[in-house]
Write a protein of this length. Sequence first.
Length: 339
Amino acid sequence: MTTTSTGGANPAAAPSATGVAGRAAGIDLRSILVFLVVAFGLAWLVTLPLWLGDGLAEPSFTLVAAVMMTTPAIAALVVVFLVERPAHRWRALGLWPLRPFGRLFGYIAAGIAVAMALVLVALPVGALLGVYPADFTGFSAFRETLAAQVGPGLVPESVGVIVATQLALVPLAAVLGVLPALGEEIGWRGWLLPKLMPLGAVPAILISGVVWGTWHAPVLLLGYNYPDAPSWLGVLSMIGMCTVVGAIFGWLRLRSGSVWPAALAHSAFNATAVSFLLFAMAGVPVDTTQATVLGWSGWIVPLVVIVLLVATGRFAPVAERSEGRALSSRSGGRHRTVR
């Protein structure tokens, strides 16, 4: 963190830090620039085999995608250990401490539940708006997929039980698959979002969301997530999704003081994301720029949640809120602290 000294100047004569310029003065631009160069540069480097090969059809795609997800964490580690070198480096990344554990576990459980809800609620919303071809009772698209895998005569009548079982296993899948998600979250929410918070909650949310969405460009431009959309629209849609979903993950990071709830939420989000295939209507394509949580109809509910969180001041980091309460309680005593 960068500290600005006022020297011998009169604090009362110092310029107000409430404006945009004043808030921007609290941003460590050098560290952020190093972080972005490393994260984006490595992302393009590791996806180069896809561009030189068969794109998303490249056999190594799964491995490449997993390695790409580690690049934000690598960038954050480079900045924290080589550029900033703070006294508490793991704390600066949100990885430590893991206490109080009960409170942290509560945020982890909430993160998993909220992430699943964001993905699932987008489906009925999209269906109501006419952009998601839903079959919530017959599961026709899922039945068709099962028939292709096991044979038409082997598809059970109780497909709904299979669907419910898959959703029930998401929390376990989130825990088992947390490492790739942690690779992203250490960078985006663990380090970057707190660094941007001096700008204010809304600017920090917007900037980190744009950064996160744009970082996906190496695979988005190859058709990832938005296979039927122009590449530019795919990138813009991903930026929109990452902004609204990233704000929810950011709330978990700031309120818990830890990156772990955001990482588990991210992992649960990834594990639930393909659920739109379970509830879709057979034979009708799904436009992910409009439907599912990837499209605009899926951003409505999280946007409402974000507006409420910002309006009620819930995006203040837990340390700031604790400090504010402590100062407030001391101000009524004999020793008033002025900052």
